[in-house]
Unconditional design. Structure first.
Length: 206
């Protein structure tokens, strides 16, 4: 585990291969029950290049009405599937926080997807850390400071890595520059075909 900036902790290989495979199966099941949807930017309605879904009691959504948490899938109207136990345990090990996570945002990156620099600040509870887990293709991740103009650094996040943004890093700007081409993935799941990546972000909301 290394502290790459004050409050930003990177745990390389937090999930071993067996845990990655099990989690991939569990998330594939989440996606089956709560299909990936295309989020849209508030106001402009421009589609994100990532597709999303959620598990847990609340899920993050974005459309013309804005960014927010909702208890139900925007297209099916169903409650989000429960969070797999493995994720609750990862939070216990990594978050150092008294309450469990309420939302797990599942971001699906095809080989051309990216995510512009942003802060995660739609949560009422900004004391709780953000815990994120990577599966599938690697990406070049970018981490800045609490102000958009602050200098940034980039590093690779690979399958099984965990990143915790806590304390002074909780409101750091961050994004995904690009997905790195992978000819082979250790995870033999159709969900990663073509070099896709899944990021799971665990959050306390209320
Ligand atoms: Fe984010």
């Amino acid at each position: 585990m290394s502290e790459i900036a004050p409050g930003a902790f990177l745990h390389r290989g937090f999930l071993d291969e067996a845990a990655q495979e099990s989690l991939t199966r569990e998330i594939t099941d989440v996606i089956t029950r709560a299909p990936l949807f295309v989020p849209r930017m508030p106001r402009t309605g421009k589609p994100f290049s990532v597709r999303m879904t959620n598990c847990g009691s609340l899920g993050w959504v974005s459309d013309a009405r804005g960014y927010r948490y909702e208890p139900r899938h925007p297209e099916t109207g169903e409650p989000w599937p429960a969070m797999p136990r493995r994720l609750l345990e990862a939070w216990k090990q990594l978050a150092n926080y008294h309450s469990p996570p309420e939302a797990c945002l599942v971001n699906f990156y095809g080989p051309k997807a990216r995510m512009g620099l942003h802060q995660d600040r739609d949560e009422q509870d900004l004391e709780a850390p953000l815990v994120s887990l990577s599966l599938g293709a690697s990406c070049r991740f970018r981490l800045g400071g609490a102000r958009r103009a602050d200098p940034t650094r980039s590093f690779v996040l690979a399958s099984g890595d965990a990143l915790v943004l806590s304390g002074p890093a909780r409101l750091c700007f961050h994004g995904v520059d690009r997905i790195l081409p992978s000819l082979t993935t250790a995870l033999a799941s159709p969900v990663f075909e073509g070099g896709a990546r899944i990021n799971l972000t665990l959050r306390r909301v209320t």
